[in-house]
Design a protein around this ligand. Structure first.
Ligand code: ATR
Length: 274
């Protein structure tokens, strides 16, 4: 055990938090770089009404990093000293760095989508269909537009898709003609459809998915959703939600440690847990 009183603490807060893979992923990264005496990553269950108190504790106790999951990503913003421009545009913070007593909020969720996609394709001018218009969709839409993709948003509640498209200056689509699905290069699910207990559902019909498309599901429980399984059968390249978790995590690791994240070690632990 290399942990001492000098070790810097990073914490993930959420409600629930017990299922989180972030501690395992970050601690594996510290170990791989031999900095597990300098950093440790833990989890704490914090109710949304206690987020302000948790941030106050971060100040008082000199906690180094605070990772926020649902439903804290928006709430936490009220209590910080500074919010970087990207997080402000996305409207959510998943990473808080304590920089010599100043609490700065960042958002790395958008990189969780952009990095895995850019490993297999370019995003400039690609036609992308985003399913969902909630918090996760905001980071996805932001990232894609930043890379020059042409984004269309489809959502069960149409008005939310219209509002999001207006805010980010992209398109809303109603998919009344399902064959339109075949016109997209990339399809990304940001809804909870496909996640337990909706694991037998798909967010849209997969009938028009084909082999020249990439299908990305941000859901990671189950590891391979029905949507991804069906897309794979139709020949599409697929990316699962663990990849998003990994790359929002590597970007976050770099903010907390100032060092390049050991991607393979962090990835291994996530895949071992699935
Ligand atoms: P998150 O922060 O994870 O994105 P959210 O802000 O609550 O969570 O958004 C959830 C998204 O999943 C929304 O787009 C929601 O659609 P509505 O705006 O119509 O509610 C979508 N969603 C959740 N359950 C769904 C379901 N059973 N069918 C279709 N869409 C669903």
């Amino acid at each position: 055990m290399k942990i001492s009183a000098k070790t810097k603490t990073c914490l993930i807060i959420g409600d629930p938090v017990e299922h989180s893979l972030s501690p395992a992923m970050h601690n594996a990264g510290y170990l791989a770089l031999g900095i597990d005496d300098q950093f440790v990553f833990l989890g704490a269950k914090v109710r949304v009404e206690d987020v302000g108190a948790a941030v106050q504790s971060m100040r008082k106790m000199g906690i180094h990093g605070l990772t926020c999951t649902i439903p804290h990503k928006v709430e936490v913003m009220k209590y910080l000293d500074e919010i970087d421009e990207t997080a402000r545009k996305i409207g959510a913070v998943n990473t808080v760095l304590n920089k010599n007593g100043k609490l700065i909020g960042f958002n790395t969720d958008w990189l969780g989508v952009v990095i895995p996609l850019e490993k297999i394709t370019t995003l400039l001018d690609k036609k992308v269909l985003v399913l969902g218009a909630g918090g996760a969709a905001r980071a996805v839409v932001f990232g894609l537009l930043k890379r020059g993709s042409k984004v269309s948003i489809f959502n069960r509640t149409k008005q939310k898709a219209i509002d999001l498209a207006k805010e980010f200056n992209c398109q809303e689509i109603d998919l009344n003609v399902e064959s339109e699905i075949s016109n997209f290069d990339i399809i990304i699910n940001t809804t909870s459809v496909g996640m337990k207990p909706l694991e037998n559902e798909t967010p849209i019909s997969t009938e028009f998915i084909h082999g020249r498309q990439i299908v990305f599901d941000t859901v990671y429980v189950p590891f391979e959703t029905r949507f991804l399984k069906e897309a794979k059968k139709r020949g599409a390249k697929i990316i699962n939600g663990i990849e998003m978790l990994l790359y929002q995590g590597t970007a976050q690791f770099e903010i907390y440690t100032g060092q390049k994240a050991p991607e393979e070690a962090m990835k291994r632990v996530l895949y071992e847990k699935n």
